[in-house]
Design a protein around this ligand. Structure first.
Ligand code: ZN
Length: 151
């Protein structure tokens, strides 16, 4: 089980104490409300998956989204211009927004996974990337102390 503690920074609003950020399933149920501090990640927003589940199939569209975010050059993935240029520009925009997603819940229409199952949603990929551990360049003695305390 993950033991990440979330706190909220008073200056930038990033969640500092509370539950780990999670993926929310959007609903059209009457009375349902988007939980506070949740970012909607659906098309046509920049954070929506540009790869359509109707066109590629759900699992394939989610996989293509993750591969696209991890590859800086869409042409290297086989996309031809002008689509490759559009995908590169959109990817840059998503990466620009990623730090603001850190600590926030992300919402999409995809069904939530069964307990223990993988969340097959592009927003789950965004959650993972936005909340990846930060890397600090610490002096060697501090790094050594941290390793001792982590054990
Ligand atoms: Zn989704």
């Amino acid at each position: 089980m993950c033991a990440v503690l979330w706190l909220r920074c008073s200056s930038c609003g990033t969640k500092l104490v509370g539950d780990a950020p999670r993926r929310i399933q959007l609903r059209r149920t009457p009375g349902w409300r988007l939980p506070p501090d949740t970012v909607v990640c659906t098309r046509p927003r920049a954070l929506g998956n540009p790869f359509s589940a109707q066109h590629f199939g759900h699992a394939q569209a989610v996989a293509m989204h993750e591969i696209w975010l991890r590859e800086p050059n869409a042409a290297a993935l086989g996309y031809a211009p002008p689509l490759a240029d559009k995908l590169d520009a959109l990817r840059a925009e998503v990466l620009r927004r990623l730090p603001a997603l850190r600590g926030r819940d992300l919402a999409c229409w995809c069904r939530l996974p069964a307990p223990g199952a993988r969340d097959l949603c592009h927003a789950a990929t965004l959650l993972q990337l936005a909340n990846a551990p930060l890397r600090y360049d610490l002096p060697a003695p501090l790094r050594h102390d941290m390793e001792l305390n982590d054990a």
